[in-house]
Design a protein around this ligand. Sequence first.
Ligand code: SF4
Length: 403
Amino acid sequence: MQTTPYGLRTHIGILGRRNSGKSSLLNAITHQKISIVSEKAGTTTDPVQKRMELTQVGPVVFYDTAGLDDTGKLGQSRIQKTNRIIDRLDIAILVAVADQWGEFEERLIKKLESSDTPLIVAFNKADVALPDGKLTDWLIKHKLQWVKTIATEEKGINELRQLIINTALEKTSAPRSILGDLVTADDMVILVTPIDSEAPQGRLILPQVQVIRDLLDNNAGCIVVKENRLKNALNQLKVKPRMVITDSQAFKQVDADTPYEIPLTSFSILFARFKGDLQTFVNGVRTIETLRPSDKVLIAEACTHHPLEDDIGTVKIPRWLNQRIGGELRFTNKHGADFPDTIEELKEYKLVIHCGACNFSRRQMLNRIEKCKAAGVPITNYGITISYILDIFDRALRPFNII
Ligand code: SF4
């Protein structure tokens, strides 16, 4: 069965202190026993995920997280994992027991406010304690919505679910189109996808699949070819295609084989815009001119895969960059959720180069961009970097009117 990829789901996290009832709340919201519930504080050690369809919202993923007040060495590693989940959230639910409210909750709210993450407060164990007037005034001042719940008895859960739905519909970014402003109905687009050792067996990779679906959503059509069949395809078409979109690794050949008047870009550049911030990435790539041997460069991929022989992130981009600057840069490769946790760690790098992040939510990628900005470290992406190194930059960015 095909399920909606993580990057296209609304990400909802359940946060709070240990033993505030986070796991019971997730079980009550989803009507399933997903998280282990125990009176013992700290039962949830690693984040638990539940994918489901939420009425009116569509595909979502819930995260039940470890308590952010955990202690000890193990506790710190759990907190680190929870913090990484926070970076990807479209909506946060802070679970609190009213008579334990304090600096911990207010610090967490400040953190969520700083990343503009919509927040709902659930006062759980409402049979034990209720928020007093001072606390509700504070919540009103901070424009926060709250609900009272007793998760173990499924009380207040319908109200909470409705608040989640309203928040998702009002405050999270509406689904965007990858190509909606670049094509019109009946346009024909050529997609170039090399089938080399990096291509997975028997299928296309997610950015390619998502672009095909997006073209169909926009009533446009496409022809999918390998790079060595592009010339034939162009010759056979009676009308010029609206544009050619290539895997970045075939940029050089596709640039040579595509007449200049036909717009050309890459899947990765489309995703730089769809998931991230194209202008920031375009500004970031110019840092390549200032790189010197021994400078540190971070290469980050949003998914984990076994590195291949001529892997783009670990082999090709480092090789091209070293050739470009005429010396050896120091590269660090990170995968999946692994990304510098602190601004200090990020500051070690002169440049961050990120993949298209097809399996991240947009908020997750934007949070990484914000982190880099806070550290004063330029960030760019794979496709933009490759087009820059191969001197196809102006052409590859032309469809977006951005230079
Ligand atoms: S490396 Fe990045 S863009 Fe490529 S498939 Fe993985 S998440 Fe998607």
